[in-house]
Design a protein around this ligand. Structure first.
Ligand SMILES: Cc1cc2nc3c(=O)[nH]c(=O)nc-3n(C[C@H](O)[C@H](O)[C@H](O)COP(=O)(O)OP(=O)(O)OC[C@H]3O[C@@H](n4cnc5c(N)ncnc54)[C@H](O)[C@@H]3O)c2cc1C
Length: 280
């Protein structure tokens, strides 16, 4: 199917992008187009204007500043997956995103802004304590990942804003694992988890675990994280903490599993991600 008619602009700077979005009616930013174009072709989304940021120079870099890593808006999944600077949870989530074509075109920032409930990288960014940098008519603001994911396909970016980067703190160790819809790591997650831990003197001092595919948005497994802190990170401590992964989470049934099965997978993948993170 063809998309409905739309106007198209390809600005050459972020300022021009913000100008294009201002008062444009129903406009959509396009980065990789890997989610936007299928939705337009299915006529599930019909913007009047597509603002293609793909030609803006300087947005395809992964850079380090102090204790933060910045991933620009045009960094493709394959770049995130292959960078030694990127924390293991996010690199793995990018490596497990879609297929080769999708990883060559789609962007990490686009996947996070899109906010699919079963996507891989949003959970990793949430577990790592990342922030999403956006630019709009009122300037630049940084939105913590904990406030960014509002609901299925709904994130805290405003329609007249463009996401310019994601920042993730360096330090600690992390991992991501998932059950893909076609088994293994292939396709969107039936369920998955990203874990981040910091250890001092043999004990866990900080921990975050984020689930994907389990609730209507990427969600922190707070019970698991709290139970991990203060432990030595042993297999027993991980199993005990992971058993709390679905506590307080609004688990959703979908085509890929019942509520009970999803809650079970939350514990399985929280355990796997924590085990991997502690052996990173
Ligand atoms: C066959 C196939 C398999 C896939 N499998 C997986 C998978 O296993 N796991 C997974 O997580 N994802 C999967 N995806 C989705 C893929 O990762 C997309 O690349 C990603 O969701 C969106 O990134 P994008 O850069 O292509 O964004 P686009 O498609 O360009 O945009 C997606 C949405 O985000 C908005 N947006 C994008 N960038 C910005 C920005 N900088 N500022 C403001 N708004 C922006 C757009 O307006 C649009 O609403 C798959 C996609 C396909 C086609």
């Amino acid at each position: 199917m063809f998309p409905r008619k739309f106007d198209y602009v390809a600005p050459s700077s972020l300022d021009e992008t913000v100008d294009a979005l201002k008062g444009a009616g129903f406009a959509k930013v396009m980065s990789g187009g890997m989610s936007l174009l299928p939705l337009m072709k299915l006529r599930l989304v019909s913007p009047e204007l597509v603002v293609d940021i793909g030609r803006i120079p300087g947005l395809d870099q992964i850079s380090e500043e102090g204790d933060m890593l910045t991933i620009g808006a045009l960094v493709r999944h394959y770049q995130t997956a292959g960078s030694e600077k990127v924390p293991a949870a996010l690199a793995a989530a990018a490596a497990y995103t879609g297929d080769v074509q999708v990883r060559n075109r789609g962007t990490t920032v686009g996947a996070v802004v899109h906010g699919d409930l079963a996507a891989d990288q949003p959970a990793a960014v949430l577990a790592l304590g990342g922030v999403i940098v956006v630019q709009g008519p009122n300037g630049v603001r940084e939105i913590p990942a904990t406030d960014f994911f509002v609901d299925t396909l709904t994130t805290a970016i405003e329609p007249d804003e463009v996401a310019t980067a994601i920042k993730v703190p360096k330090g600690g160790s992390s991992a991501y694992d998932k059950l893909g819809r076609r088994g293994g790591h292939t396709d969107y997650a039936v369920a998955g988890a990203a874990a981040w831990v910091k250890k001092d003197n043999g004990n866990i001092t900080e921990c975050r675990v984020a689930l994907t595919g389990v609730a209507g948005r990427p969600t922190l497994a707070e019970g698991t994280a709290e139970a991990m802190v203060g432990t030595d990170g042993s297999a027993g401590a991980i199993a005990e903490a992971a058993s709390k992964a679905a506590d307080g989470v609004s688990v959703l049934e979908d085509l890929y599993g019942s509520e009970e099965y999803k809650a079970h997978l939350a514990t399985v993948y929280a355990k796997r991600a924590l085990t991997l993170a502690l052996n990173e």
